[in-house]
Design a protein around this ligand. Structure first.
Ligand code: HEC
Ligand code: HEC
Ligand code: HEC
Ligand code: HEC
Length: 405
């Protein structure tokens, strides 16, 4: 229970941080961190979605669904599901909730923070699959999991690892990666890389291998993105890596450019860092930057930071947005030539079209009217894949900008 309260407190702090950033160059900052949670009640979302328990409701439990992608992707998934949601609302006599842009920002911020702290962190690995990873990646050649020391062992005994949390194990692997890499080379073994859940599974196996089955599992600690931001400087990451064009060294990846690899579970991101660890260490030697080692909760903090900065949207691609506007058949009802008559309003003149979040809020609010108009013309409800919404809104924004000139 204490753990849950701690997690909830962290999410509350985070919602302020996220909602602030979403609206940074936009309307006034939302100051009330609980706004998103309250809206979830007020707007009737709770009538159909549970979030903290598994009560059967009409809609999916939103802490269990993997709401992938950026802010606009999450808002986009609400749009994708709008027709069915609204059909149920009619049946249940709930009036479809109208949202302001700020409310939409608060709601998506709330869902993301919730997602991160209660889902991404808690996603348990599968120890049985982890055993296979342990074998296939040759860990057993150098490490024993048995309590008694094995004289043939090259690396340290990993027996005690059952008492560490997943991120601490990943952190120990990162810290020892340079020395391990040397051993791999010496024995002519390939350096292992990790895909998707492999790191989580491996860790679950290391945790489980030695403990009695009824022991309490050790969870991942929640990282603090704000602390991570500080560490990113202190550890020298910012010497090499830019964040959205700021800082860094040319030729080294910018870590703020909407990297979907970084908007994943904590263990996946740790695996991703491991995969690039050796190349990074080489670069550190070349540039005479001290080796990066982590202690305590530091890796968790850095990963939380990388997660949340990548969750915000980068400006989309206008040309791709123009194609999507046609592909998704928006052009059937919305003219792109100013002054040309059309069924829906001219979006370049619309007063509700401004920031990306305003556009998607307007789409959500008009879904009730757009849906029957589409159905009448045999147009299927347009659904958006990850990333598509960003391009689309960029195109709509550009149209508005050019009509002002
Ligand atoms: C009348 C019931 C109802 C209400 C009220 C409702 N929803 Fe839904 N919601 C659903 C149903 C049913 C689905 C699944 C629809 C589908 O599969 O297309 C859904 C799907 C979603 C999804 C997509 C989940 C996924 O699998 O990707 C999100 C996000 C969502 N709702 C958020 C909200 C929010 C936020 C509110 C409040 C503003 C809300 N919903 C209000 C019934 C409802
Ligand atoms: C070629 C031999 C070798 C292989 C294979 C190997 N390791 Fe290691 N490992 C080492 C050595 C040597 C060290 C100690 C490095 C040091 O002193 O910094 C080490 C250290 C570690 C540590 C830190 C232990 C500590 O002291 O805290 C962990 C955790 C670890 N390895 C996990 C793994 C996992 C998981 C795999 C499989 C993916 C693996 N190792 C594969 C040789 C190996
Ligand atoms: C000395 C320069 C240097 C430092 C310091 C450094 N990195 Fe890197 N990093 C690199 C290089 C070079 C690559 C690309 C490696 C490759 O191609 O495999 C990289 C790759 C990465 C990647 C994978 C990016 C991708 O998209 O391929 C992540 C994540 C990452 N670094 C995180 C960090 C973090 C977090 C820190 C600080 C704790 C850090 N790095 C410190 C040089 C550095
Ligand atoms: C079948 C016709 C039709 C299609 C197809 C259609 N819309 Fe609409 N759209 C409308 C109508 C009608 C309205 C006005 C509804 C209202 O007044 O509430 C509207 C309103 C809007 C608004 C709010 C504008 C304002 O000024 O209030 C936005 C934004 C919007 N649509 C975007 C889109 C996008 C993006 C697509 C493609 C994914 C799309 N629409 C597809 C008919 C359509």
């Amino acid at each position: 229970m204490k753990k849950l309260i701690l997690l909830l407190l962290c999410s509350v702090m985070l919602v302020t941080f996220i909602a602030w950033t979403i609206l940074q160059d936009q309307p006034p900052l939302p100051e009330d961190p609980m706004a998103g949670a309250r809206l979830f009640q007020e707007k009737g979302c709770v009538q159909c979605h549970s979030i903290d328990n598994d009560d059967a409701r009409i809609g999916p439990n939103l802490s269990r669904v993997h709401l992938k992608g950026s802010l606009l992707d999450i808002a986009g998934s609400m749009w994708n599901h709008a027709p069915l949601m609204q059909q149920y609302m009619v049946e249940l006599r709930i009036s479809p909730p109208e949202l302001t842009a700020r409310e939409m920002a608060n709601l998506t911020a709330f869902l993301t923070a919730y997602q991160y702290y209660l889902k991404q962190l808690g996603r348990p690995g599968d120890p049985e699959r982890g055993r296979q990873v342990f074998q296939s990646k040759n860990c057993g050649l150098c490490h024993s999991l048995q309590p008694e020391a094995d004289p043939r062992e090259i690396g340290p005994n990993l027996h005690g690892y059952s008492k560490l949390s997943p991120i601490q194990i990943a952190q120990a692997m990162w810290n020892h990666e340079p020395a391990m890499a040397e051993e791999f080379i010496r024995l002519g073994l390939p350096l292992p890389t990790f895909e998707e859940d492999e790191m989580a599974d491996l860790i679950a196996y290391l945790q489980r291998a030695a403990v009695p089955a009824d022991a309490e599992p050790v969870y991942v600690e929640p990282g603090s993105p704000n602390q991570g931001r500080v560490l990113f400087e202190q550890k020298g990451c910012s010497t090499c890596h830019a964040i959205r064009g700021e800082g860094g060294t040319p030729g080294i990846p910018d870590l703020g450019q909407r990297r979907t690899e970084l908007v994943r579970s904590v263990t996946e991101v740790a695996g991703f860092m491991w995969d690039h660890g050796v190349a990074m260490q080489d670069k550190m030697q070349e540039l005479e930057v001290p080796q990066v080692r982590f202690e305590g909760n530091e890796m968790a903090d850095i990963i939380a930071y990388l997660y949340f900065i990548n969750y915000f949207d980068q400006p989309g691609n206008i040309q791709r947005g123009r194609e999507l506007f046609t592909e998704k058949r928006c052009t059937h009802c919305h003219s792109t030539t100013p002054g040309k008559p059309s069924i829906g309003p001219d979006l370049s003149q619309s007063p509700v079209v401004g920031s990306p979040i305003e556009i998607i809020t307007a789409m959500w609010n008009h879904a009730t009217l757009m849906e029957p108009a589409m159905a009448a013309r045999g147009i299927p409800w347009p659904r958006f894949e990850m990333g598509e919404m960003t391009h689309l809104v960029e195109f709509i924004r550009a149209q508005r900008e050019s009509s002002k000139e």
